[in-house]
Design a protein around this ligand. Sequence first.
Ligand code: ZN
Length: 56
Amino acid sequence: MSTVSCPECAADVKLEAGTEVGEIIVCPDCGVDLEVTALSPATIQLAPMEQEDWGE
Ligand SMILES: [Zn+2]
């Protein structure tokens, strides 16, 4: 199991075993949606709130 920092509030967010890339998790502290973008190392980013292309 890995722990990552919420990009919104910096709280520790635990990734449960079996978490997959692309999965959306919710920060237990601020409640923001977070998308798992990588597992090794564990990386998350803020999930789009709407179905829009953010265009990196
Ligand atoms: Zn948070």
